[in-house]
Every structure is written in structure tokens, then in C-alpha cells.
Design a binder for this molecule. Sequence first.
Ligand code: GDP
Length: 298
Amino acid sequence: MFATLSDRLTATFKNLRGKGRLSEADIDATAREIRIALLEADVALPVVKEFVAAIKERARGEEVSGALNPAQQVVKIVNDELVAILGGETRRLRYAKSGPTVIMLAGLQGAGKTTLAAKLALWLKEQGKTPMLVACDLQRPNAVQQLQVNGEKVGVPVYAPEPGNGVGDPVSVAKASIEEAKRKLHDVVIVDTAGRLGVDAEMMAQAAGIRDAVQPDEVLFVVDAMIGQDALVTAQAFLDGVGYDGVVLTKLDGDARGGAALSIRQVTGRPVMFASSGEKMTDFDVFHPDRMASRILD
Ligand code: GDP
């Protein structure tokens, strides 16, 4: 396992005692440790550089208090800054003022969209909503069936192309689903879309077509935290190709340190809104910036 930032800084500060400001040499040594900790947590290099520069600036102004251990003091500064960048408070879903709220999911194949769609539906149901799931991933074999199975698990109906009607066109399915939701008085519609293994122009065009057809209130970009540094490249590609309002990090039950959350937030400006952490339908929660900050640092 990696040493925690706190351990590293305690070692760095071993010889530092007393009051006064941190010396430049101390600040440099501190910055080095923070940089290593963030890189080990998979934060992208440009984001690390910017972050460390900001922390150095802040550390210069800080008094080393006689009572507080300087390592703890710096860890606190780093933690506070991480929480602030990760969004401070959790950003909540925006609901439509009238008609069904439309939430569209986008992301690579295997990111966890189909699983997440059902988890989100369950969570909404628990908030008193009456969601409907829409199967627009007509690319991946079994994606429709997988959504139906998950929909059944959480007791949420799934709108899908009729079997036997060929593969169907996802844009038409998406459009028709909104009418169906209105007829059946569903107040939230969650649209699952197709992903591919890598960023691909055709996939982006299809997702953009679905977006235009359903005019979502929220587009959520779903990304596997385990893909580490690649998450940022994918996040940028989806921002350019489809655009989105918020991010969902999945597979946080794995050993990913969560640096992707920081990189994506910093580079795209979009908040991480939800976190998925397992295969069970209840392994899901709103994103807590403070928990993620501790995960990145511990
Ligand atoms: P999609 O291609 O984006 O729709 O991805 P899926 O929802 O099919 O998920 C791909 C795989 O990841 C499936 O085997 C899921 O069971 C699994 N999965 C999804 N979310 C999580 C998660 O939070 N943790 C873990 N461990 N596995 C997940």
C-alpha cells in the first residue's frame, strides 16, 4: 500500500519545530509529497501542477502553530482545497418544472451505465418519484435485456423497442419514450444510451441525436473510476461530443484512489453528482466531496 500523505508529511516535518512561517525549503518538500500523493491517486499531471501551486501559495501565508503538528496542518489545507475543488456541497439533480424530468446517461461501453440506470431509478423511487427506464442501448447485445432484468429488480418499468421489429433506431425509441412517460404519468425518464469500447465519432453522433430528440434536463456522463488517467481523456471527448451537466463515478468499490474525480471536475468544470460502488442495486449514493478527498489522501 501507499503511505498516506499524512505519514509522508510527518516524516518531512520531523525536524521542523516551533513557531513562525514554513521556510521555502519546507514548502518545497511539502509540495513534493503532495504531488506524489496526488499522482499515486491517479490525478492528471496538469491538474496536480495547478493544485500544488495553489497549495504552495496558501502554505506561504500560514503560520505554523506551536500546538498543531505542521503535517496535520498541511494535510488539513490540502483536504480543504480538495473538497472545495470537488464541489464543496453535493450538487443535486434538477427536476423539470413541468412534464417528466429527462435524465440521459452517456459513457463508454462497460462504464456501468445500464447498471447505474436501474440504481438511479431505485434511488428516485425512494425519493417518491415514479421513474421509467428507456433502453436506447441497441448496440450491445443483451443491453436491452439487461436493463429489463435490472428494471424488474428495482420494480421500475422499462420502455424498449418491441422484439421482432428489428434493432430499431435509438433516436425514435428515445422520442417515443417521452410520449409514453407522459401518457403513463412517469415524472422521471432515465435514458440509457449505447457506448463503445473507445471514443468513437458514430457513438457521439448517436448520443447527440438522442440528446436533441429528448432535450434532457440532465445529461450524466458515467465513467469507471478504475480506468484512472484515461477517465480524463474520455470525459473531455464526451464533453465536446455530447456535452453533460454532471458526472457519475462507478466501480468505487474497486481500489481506484479516485483521482479521476478531481481531474474531471477541474478540467471540465462539471460536478461529480453520484457514486456507484458495487453490483447490487443499493450500491449507490450521492457523491460526497469530503469522502472523496479523504480517499484521495489516505
Ligand atoms: P454499460 O456498458 O455502460 O451499460 O455497463 P454495465 O452497466 O453493463 O456494467 C459493466 C459491468 O460492470 C457489469 O458487469 C456490471 O455488473 C459492472 N458494474 C457496474 N457498476 C459497477 C460498480 O459500481 N461496481 C462494480 N464492482 N461493478 C460494476
